[in-house]
Design a protein around this ligand. Sequence first.
Ligand SMILES: Nc1ncnc2c1ncn2[C@@H]1O[C@H](COP(=O)(O)OP(=O)(O)O)[C@@H](O)[C@H]1O
Ligand SMILES: [Mg+2]
Length: 506
Amino acid sequence: MENSDIVLEMKNISKVFPGVRALSNVDFTLRKGEIHTLMGENGAGKSTLIKVLTGVYKIDEGTIILRGNKIKISSTEEAQSHGISTVYQEVNLCANLTVAENIYIGREPMKHGSIDWKKMNTDADKLLQERLNLKIDVKKALNNYSVAVQQMVAIARAVDISKGILILDEPTSSLDEKEVKQLFKIMKKFREEGMSIIFVTHFLDQVYEVSDKLTVLRNGELVGTYDADKLPRIELVSKMIGKDYSEIEKNAKTKKEVVNKERENFIKTDKFGRIGTISPFDIEIKKGEILGFAGLLGSGRSECARAIFGIDKATSGKITINGKSYSYIYPQKAIEEGIGFCPEDRKVEGIVGDLTIRENIILALQARKGIFKYIPMKKQQEISQKYIDLLRIKTPSMEQKISNLSGGNQQKVILARWLATEPELLILDEPTRGIDIGAKNEITELILKLAKQGMTILFISSELPEVVKCCDRVIVLRDRNVIGELSGDEIEEGNIMKTIAGGATA
Ligand SMILES: Nc1ncnc2c1ncn2[C@@H]1O[C@H](COP(=O)(O)OP(=O)(O)O)[C@@H](O)[C@H]1O
Ligand SMILES: [Mg+2]
């Protein structure tokens, strides 16, 4: 392709937030009339790349060249003046203003020193009909319309501002299938008109339908840019998770027994789900098994677990726990039913930094007993000591503040908290993330040991070797749907990746 086709070049872009390199030396090239999709797991840096382009964040290093001219972008206004406009993941409109006002806010047509409402409404109507095939009453407040329509309005605004570049950051995450189709139709129409579109998604099923080019990011780094029709799905997944599929294929298969299918269910779900978070799913968790959830970051693994524990209230179907059915659950109920949950982000949801190790360990047990049945200090100390010993938590004393411990030891304290409640089912969401390799190993060994003693475990991990090592059965999720199940011998890395990728593997 000719170089004159290049509309936008981003070179060596770096952006650091406190404690995280969101982008390191990323290159990105956009050509005329292409739909260029940014891919990567949650946290890969997709939104940050968009936000430095649209002036939400300033780049620390790098160059941005627009149609041959080096430009500086230090505010959203500046980005808009260059014709760069975006529709964010979170629709950024004012729900109580009219459709027309939303489209022209900040750039209202004026007449004799005041806003020309008539022109604004006519223009808005024309814009929506001509460019988005959408006929709605533009004088009505935006909140009269569905999220899909609101998004179309946001796109109309962006298209009207943009001069040839449109950015869509996960516009499909809250749309249903039909609405996605409609959006894709519009995107293709824009492409035909010569517009260049940067599209962000982590939904595998949607990528190939519209993309010409794919740029994959991982942990803030560029993995590469590819022609969509030359990158098989399995390779795309490999690149997103940073694993070479062909290498994995060569690895020896593990020998695994299929766990007894006759085992009783501890949990069974029927079309259990939550609108906008996780599609209705039917799964079983059998007593005494280690069930794994595998999938890309953002595939819906945590969302599924959160619905089961009731952190997020389910909106459809039912869940049966130990023979009792509920249409939704909440954490207190889940705990009463014998479920424990170690959340993914222990900093936010798990540890209480100001409390001691003992207090952190006792927390869930106290909650289970109810706050009026205070656990005597002596008992608290006994329990704490038991788990400090069992999990080999490295601390001079149980009266240390938990914030003084290393990540791995903090994770063990959270684990201890739930073990102390002696749960029948323990849900572990990424229990080994961010801890050193030795501690990782101890935790996976512990999981195996607990299961041997009869505990049921739901294990979520992005580390495929851990999933293979621990699980009796693996449920695979993609794009917020449960899409497959592997058991026994089928549980090996290559198979899991193939299932995650779906579609053709060649
Ligand atoms: N405003 C911010 N402050 C601190 N960290 C941030 C901020 N925005 C993003 N990050 C971090 O930068 C990384 C990349 O995030 P993001 O670009 O949102 O990823 P993606 O859109 O691919 O899911 C993540 O680790 C995220 O936590
Ligand atoms: Mg994002």
